[in-house]
Design a protein around this ligand. Structure first.
Ligand code: BTN
Length: 325
């Protein structure tokens, strides 16, 4: 409800909209509108209310992840053509999956807050209001279902590349984490709906810790944010850069069947190639040396007995010898 109110107020481009008009558009009483406006003000929206004129936004929050802010001069053909923005939602991935069948490829779901943000392996993903980027991209590539994990690599590569464009050197912990100063700043959750030989849709979920200064005790040793590492960058700029970089690599993959650029970035920015790592699977933990990422995007490792093994993403978790990376 509040999302709708703020969207309508934003649409006025700084002009007034009366309480009566708002209550007609939304279908609730003027008193109810007033209550929502009060909460929006508490959330940081600088809304002025003037008798007989109504409400207007004095200053448009520049770093709000709205369609207007993100789509402005966005250099992309399909990714970000439609952006559905929420103040709060359970999980952008869950919502994306609900609507994916009826939406075009490239539609983005983005929320200022998630109350039920999900990470891989059923973990929780902390997604406080305005602290980060919590978004999902709906994709409908014409690929085989077993090829879907490559989309995660494209996402990781585009996040690292986008942050590099903005002056931040990150590393990719194959297949789905982005690392800054040895801690995780971003995670990717790729979810697939498919038949045996055909992808219905993929929901690519991206979480980036931007402004978070304090993490819960369980993750404070392994998680960080851009602000915490002294990179004060606008969330809107990060999203725009990611969408643009993502589209370039995604088109290369789906239109030209070319994986090379993504693989080059994943290798160049790899946090684990050349290092000893632990492979975690069920309760087992195996020390291996990480050699390369092969042409399919799988990890090539050397075991203690010198045999070479190819690891497919999703099969294992990875830990560094001295900690998270
Ligand atoms: C991980 O590292 O475990 C993956 C984290 C993915 C988090 C993002 S935030 C946006 C999207 N919605 C979710 O519920 N999860 C993903």
């Amino acid at each position: 409800m509040r999302d709708k109110i703020i969207e309508i107020i934003l649409d006025q481009d700084g002009g007034f909209i009366s309480g009566e008009e708002l209550s007609k558009y939304i279908g609730i009483s003027r008193a109810a509108i007033w209550k929502h406006i009060k909460i929006l003000k508490e959330e940081g929206y600088n809304i002025e209310s003037v008798n007989k004129k109504g409400y207007r936004l004095i200053e448009i929050p520049k770093d709000l992840l709205t369609y207007k802010n993100i789509n402005h001069k966005l250099n992309a053909k399909i990714i970000g053509n439609k952006i559905i923005h929420f103040e709060t939602i359970g999980s952008t991935n869950d919502y994306a999956k609900e609507i994916a069948s009826n939406e075009d490829e490239g539609t983005i779901i983005i929320s200022e807050e998630q109350t039920n943000g999900r990470g891989r392996l059923g973990r929780q993903w902390y997604s406080k209001s305005y602290d980060g980027i919590w978004m999902s991209v709906i994709l409908k590539p014409n690929i085989m279902p077993y090829e879907a994990p490559f989309i995660t690599l494209i996402a990781g590569a585009s996040i690292a590349k986008a942050l590099k464009n903005l002056g931040v050197e990150t590393l990719i912990k194959w297949p789905n984490d982005v690392i800054l100063n040895d801690k995780k700043i971003s995670g990717i959750l790729t979810e697939l709906s498919a038949e045996i030989e055909r992808v219905n849709y993929i929901v690519l979920g991206i979480g980036i810790n931007v402004k978070t200064m304090e993490f819960s005790q369980e993750i404070s040793d392994i998680a960080t944010s851009l602000y915490k590492e002294n990179y004060k960058i606008s969330r809107v700029d990060i999203v725009k850069n990611i969408l643009e970089e993502f589209e370039k690599l995604y088109f290369k993959y789906v239109n030209e069947n070319s994986k090379e650029e993504t693989l080059d970035i994943c290798r160049k920015y790899s946090a684990i190639i050349g290092k000893e790592i632990y492979l975690l699977k069920n309760k087992s933990k195996e020390l291996v040396k990480c050699l390369d990422i092969n042409k399919d995007g799988n990890l090539i490792v050397e075991k203690k007995n010198k045999t070479i093994q190819e690891i497919v993403s999703g099969e294992v978790s990875i830990r560094g010898v001295e900690g998270y990376v």
